[in-house]
Design a binder for this molecule. Structure first.
Ligand code: THU
Length: 129
């Protein structure tokens, strides 16, 4: 990934973070999923009064990307309102890994510090049908 694509990805995740609909937890998450074609799909977390309906920012982005026909994803950026780096939850790890175990995951904390990992490293022995 070029530096400018990475910068666009981070910028998009930070913009999506602002749209977080998280009135129950107050925990904001924004994501930006990069397709192989170079398009960027944003996502944010959406919480409901019926708590279990909550959808994470990562799967929000994935659903939007899939809806637009994208299928290959080299990278995702995930920004949160936390000073600690926050890793995708187990559900999102599984959802993303099914598309690309080698996906680059770019974590951004509340101070705009960046940490990069590879998805399969945080979900070893993931489920495959
Ligand atoms: N959340 C995400 O959006 N992504 C994650 O990987 C972990 C958790 C959201 C869900 C919920 O709205 C809030 O963070 C607190 O759990």
């Amino acid at each position: 990934m070029t530096k400018s694509t990475e910068a666009r990805l981070i910028k998009t995740a930070l913009k999506a973070l602002k749209n977080s609909y998280s009135r129950h937890s107050g925990f904001k998450v924004g994501s930006a999923l990069l397709s192989k074609a170079g398009k960027i799909y944003p996502g944010t977390n959406v919480e409901f009064d019926a708590f279990s309906l909550t959808v994470c920012a990562e799967r929000s982005a994935l659903f939007g990307a899939i809806t637009h026909g994208a299928r290959k994803f080299p990278a995702i950026a995930v920004a949160t309102s936390s000073e600690e780096f926050v890793y995708p939850c187990g559900l999102c790890r599984q959802a993303l890994v099914e598309f690309n175990p080698n996906m680059e995951v770019i974590l951004i904390n509340s101070k705009n510090k960046v940490k990069k990992i590879i998805l399969k490293d945080i979900i070893p022995n993931y489920f495959k049908l």
